[in-house]
Design a protein around this ligand. Structure first.
Ligand code: C5P
Length: 312
């Protein structure tokens, strides 16, 4: 059996970061939105090889940028193990291989690893499920703060450490330029920097909520906010000039995506976004600049991580 699942990148239209909690995480008030860059995860059973105990995953391979682990530390691998462990009866299962095709920047603040975990959960659910929404969301939250959102997608408000999700009304489709850098940033490092800087949290999303209802890119652009931006910029001062360059090239505004270093610029339309992306590439400071739109999908079936194909 061969199952391929797809999951979108996310950005945070708002990211408010509260104080550090006892469990090492921060309380957040965030607004997530999918952007139509994506990864796919393919789970394929190995004929004639059954697994009595231990991980069913025998190999993991990755196509795309370097820096993605190809062992049991990969979040997609851990996702398969975590969901397989939730079966009512622990009977032997066929061994499987995993293959990830990356379209989402690595260590970029766009939930690439979390998207892979979400896609892997969908694949296992199609293979030996259904496990039900509750279990999928529970396992997703154990795997990482952004995994539940990657599973559900769309435009959602996240609280807790980001895993408590409520749908938000959004009327618009937004055109983005996603500026990617050669060197990623570690999320814990950015949060640590944030603690050092002791920046007060911004938990105000009223303006953004109204802007999303209106669906107008200028109002949404004006309401974008990221509490981690100051920390990401202090770790990577060179991002500041790229932010300015994007606006100078015609973007309405730009912001650090999540914990960075990826920058996302909101533009009037796809043509404008293409011009901004070309200008950033010409500037020579970015590894790549993609044109993308968000939310990635509005259809109930494809708005979050979803199955692309199943072959027997
Ligand atoms: O949940 P996830 O594994 O994606 O988080 C990665 C790291 O980001 C955590 O270990 C923590 O350092 C930081 N984090 C945080 N508060 C959150 C989410 C993530 O401090 N709400």
């Amino acid at each position: 059996m061969k199952i391929t699942a797809k999951a979108w990148a996310k950005t945070n239209l708002h990211l408010g970061v509260g104080p550090l909690r006892g469990d090492g995480f921060h309380d957040l008030l965030t607004v997530f939105q999918t952007i139509d860059l994506f990864d796919t995860v393919t789970l394929e059973t190995i004929e004639g090889e059954m697994v009595e105990e231990g991980s069913v995953v025998k190999r993991l391979s990755v196509t795309g940028p370097r820096g993605v682990p190809e062992d049991a530390t990969n979040l997609a691998w851990r996702a398969v193990d975590a969901l397989v462990a939730r079966r009512a009866e622990q009977t032997p299962l066929p061994a499987v291989t995993l293959h990830i095709e990356k379209g989402i920047p690595v260590a970029g603040g766009m939930a690439g690893g979390s998207a892979d975990a979400a896609a892997a959960l969908r694949a296992v659910d199609a293979w030996i499920g259904p496990f039900g929404r509750e279990t999928l969301l529970e396992v997703a939250a154990e795997l990482g703060s952004d995994v539940p959102f990657c599973l559900l997608g769309g435009t959602m408000r996240g609280t807790g450490r980001g895993e408590l999700l409520v749908d938000m009304l959004n009327r618009g489709k937004y055109h983005w330029v996603v500026a990617v850098f050669a060197k990623g940033l570690s999320t814990p490092t950015v949060f640590r920097k944030h603690d050092q800087l002791d920046w007060p949290p911004n938990f105000e999303i009223e303006e953004l909520s109204e802007a999303l209802l209106e669906g107008d890119y200028i109002s949404v652009g004006a309401a974008l906010h990221n509490d981690l931006q100051i920390s990401a910029l202090s770790l990577r001062p060179e991002l500041r000039t790229v932010l300015t360059d994007g606006v100078r090239a015609g973007a309405f505004t730009g912001i650090v995506s999540g914990s960075g270093p990826t920058l996302v610029f909101i533009c009037e339309n796809a043509t404008e976004a293409r011009d901004v992306a070309d200008a950033l590439i010409d500037g020579g400071q970015v590894l790549a600049a993609h044109v993308a739109s968000g939310p990635a999908s509005r259809s109930a079936r494809t708005r979050g991580a979803h199955i692309l194909s199943i072959e027997d």
